[in-house]
Design a protein around this ligand. Structure first.
Ligand SMILES: Cc1cc2nc3c(=O)[nH]c(=O)nc-3n(C[C@H](O)[C@H](O)[C@H](O)COP(=O)(O)O)c2cc1C
Ligand code: SF4
Length: 648
């Protein structure tokens, strides 16, 4: 089993708390940054662990998945770690031959061609030369150097201002990452080296294998001119180009990312004598390529759908600048691709900074919910073809983060509000002593009737707490309201026969309280969100009915419901006149004389002819809205009030 050897935090933490929420045993977020907790480290320090000290074996093994989740969930991708094979031996002895950097943790199938150990021995130096004015190329060079470790290259990042031609000429592997400035000019730090390279007396680069990553901006006439110049010049000086140059526009990261496996793979295939071992290039590329959760993988399942042309309008939020807006991409994607496949594809090819939660399998991570054209979906479960209904012609899809949760970056939301509600309500089981039964294995288990167990399971069939929390119209406007996810869990627990009496009472009080089930403004909205919404609103209605009964129809709402039910019971339909008279009572009837007169004269609307409305001229008075409808169950009455009267 793979284990984490060390974990550290690079510069740029935005103290969003996400990692601490995911793995509090390892990450602790301070006011300024995130620390790796002393207890889990072999050096016992409490800091960002920039020195990359190892973590304890048991932590690296038991919490490996949580650490990976935290790293993947970090919106600014500053959590890094190394992995290796788990072993009982101390960590120091378990150091792997090839370390894996956090972003590239997917399993690789490099079994097809085995790379000989001899190729990984001897000189494995790689010089990464950068020419940079504002730091982009320098950053890319540093990241490239780390990734190069995956293919056992010892990379050294060299500022062109400090490089000399003789040293370059002695290298076997060189990568150039250079931007263009002015009007097609070298960045300042590259100018002297360039002048020397094109000057008389420049050495031969005949033993050098190289490739070039050029950064630029297509809005300039001389696009990526410096990179092109270096590419030509190295060749002119006798160096061998391995992998074609990549020209990267302003949003340079996706293009660089796509190019890197091929470029590093080629350089890694050069043996210590400087000879290219072509047959191993693909094996190195395989190691360096992140395994795609691509549409192709979905196609393999055999459920293919035709391609779809769609315009995706994606919500963006940059927490560093506190700026929000939308990005629009016109794409053609397979209809069977999941929404998550498409977002991953956009991140890899268009904008590496796009941030969202992912899931490793259909529905396995309920946190990857998104709002698509106002509907809440799990991004890894929903196919693009299924999103086309209501997307219009040409198809347009608006993708937004889950409502009701705090947005950390782009489509990535915090689960904190829900966690706080959960912490307040404590919707977990505190049991009574129960009758047990002996199993054939000799262990004792609690018993529950299968009917009850089935009913509880049905009530609890709610897919995702985070989606459910977002279904509510009230949550975004009432921060103290506990929300449907927590309240549904409470209601299920109240119905669980294993719960203790005290616990049940406590939960009922929370359900009945100001932040409980009565605070939800409109169950109709919830019920429109498919099976989960219907289940949740049914739970609300059942819970409200039960609470009304338990509190003997006390309070304004209780009184209405009580008489509502009585009128329905006696007439089969709702009679608003009786309802109004009964709920107003004698004093209310005198105080509202015009309305009482209308009722006494039979002017109220009970489905009669329209002309009756005109009788209001004779006896004016404000009547409650009419509801003239057959109802069968008490909870339907409550639902009618929700729909028409907005009293609950
Ligand atoms: C003043 C200025 C001049 C630029 N001139 C060019 C140019 O002539 N050709 C080009 O392709 N890009 C040009 N660029 C774009 C840069 O090469 C690009 O922003 C690059 O990512 C900068 O990388 P660096 O931070 O490593 O220098 C220019 C940018 C600026 C700000
Ligand atoms: S998830 Fe990333 S940005 Fe957020 S606190 Fe942790 S390290 Fe910092």
């Amino acid at each position: 089993m793979s284990q984490i050897l060390s974990v550290w935090i690079e510069e740029g933490c935005i103290t969003c708390d996400a990692c601490q929420e995911t793995c509090p045993e390892v990450f602790s977020v301070t006011d300024d940054t995130c620390f790796i907790i002393a207890d889990v480290r072999t050096d016992g320090k409490f800091d960002q662990n920039e020195g990359q000290a190892t973590i304890k074996v048991e932590i690296g093994t038991e919490l490996a998945d949580d650490i990976v989740d935290a790293a993947e969930g970090c919106p600014v991708e500053v959590i890094k770690f190394t992995t290796g094979e788990s072993t009982d031996a101390p960590v120091e002895e378990a150091a792997p031959a090839v370390e894996v950097v956090a972003e590239e943790v997917e399993e690789k199938d490099d079994s097809a061609i085995e790379i000989p150990a001899s190729l990984l021995e001897g000189n494995r130096d790689l010089m990464i030369l950068f020419g940079s004015q504002s730091g982009n190329c320098e950053d890319l060079a540093a990241t490239t150097a780390k990734i190069a470790e995956q293919v056992s290259l010892n990379a050294t990042v060299v500022d062109m201002a400090e490089a000399d031609l003789a040293t370059i000429a002695s290298q076997k592997r060189v990568m150039i990452i250079c931007s263009t400035w002015g009007e097609g000019e070298m960045p300042d730090n590259a100018q002297a080296l360039w002048d020397a390279a094109i000057g008389a007396g420049a050495p031969s680069f005949s033993g050098v294998n190289f490739n070039v990553c050029a950064l630029g901006d297509t809005s300039y006439d001389q696009y990526c001119e410096s990179g092109k110049n270096w590419d030509d010049q190295f060749e002119a000086m006798g160096a061998s180009r391995v992998a074609t140059r990549v020209d990267c526009d302003v949003d340079y990261e996706p293009a660089w990312k796509l190019w890197l496996p091929e470029a590093l793979g080629a350089l890694a295939s050069i043996d210590s004598s400087g000879t290219m071992q072509q047959e191993y290039v693909s094996a190195f590329i395989e190691i360096l390529s992140p395994k795609k959760k691509s549409a192709g993988a979905v196609a393999a399942s055999g459920i293919e759908q035709p391609d779809i042309e769609v315009s995706l309008s994606i919500f963006r939020y940059n927490p560093l600048m506190a700026e929000s807006g939308r990005d629009t991409y016109d794409v053609t994607v397979p209809g069977h691709a999941s929404l998550q496949d498409v977002l991953v594809m956009l991140k890899e090819t268009q904008d590496g900074s796009l941030t969202f939660r992912t899931s490793s399998g259909a529905g396995s991570n309920p946190l990857c919910g998104l709002s698509v054209n106002g509907n809440l979906v799990l991004a890894d479960c929903v196919r693009m073809i299924d999103l086309m209904a209501g997307a219009g012609e040409p198809a347009k899809i608006r993708i937004e983060p889950l409502p009701g949760h705090q947005i950390l970056k782009d489509l990535y939301v915090s689960t904190k509000a829900l966690d706080v509600s959960r912490e307040r309500a404590k919707p977990w089981l505190r049991t009574i002593d129960r009758v047990g039964a002996n199993t054939p294995q000799g262990t004792v288990i609690g018993v529950m009737s299968s009917t009850k167990a089935t009913a509880l399971h049905a009530m609890n069939d709610l897919v995702s707490d985070h989606l459910l929390h977002s279904l509510s119209e009230t949550v975004p406007h009432n921060p103290s309201y506990l929300g449907p996810a927590v309240l549904n869990r409470l209601w299920v627990k109240v119905n669980d026969p294993r719960i203790s009496k005290d616990c049940k009472e406590e939960m009922r009080e929370i359900l009945q309280g100001t932040d409980g089930v009565w605070a939800e403004s409109d169950l109709g909205v919830m019920a429109r969100f498919g099976r989960m919404g219907q289940r949740a609103s049914q739970n609300y209605n059942d819970c409200r009915s039960e609470l009304l009964r338990a509190h003997r129809f006390a309070g304004k709402s209780g009184r209405h419901v009580k008489w509502f039910c009585k009128t329905v019971k006696s007439s089969g339909t709702l009679n608003e006149t009786i309802l109004a008279a009964q709920t107003m009572g004698p004093i209310g009837a005198i105080a509202n004389l015009p309305a009482t007169l209308r009722m006494a004269l039979g002017f109220t609307r009970t489905g009669g002819p329209m002309v009756r409305d005109l009788q209001g001229w004779i006896a004016p008075g404000k009547m409650p809205p009419i509801i003239n409808k057959s109802v069968h169950d008490h909870h339907e009455v409550v639902a009618l009030f929700n729909e028409f009267d907005k009293r609950f």
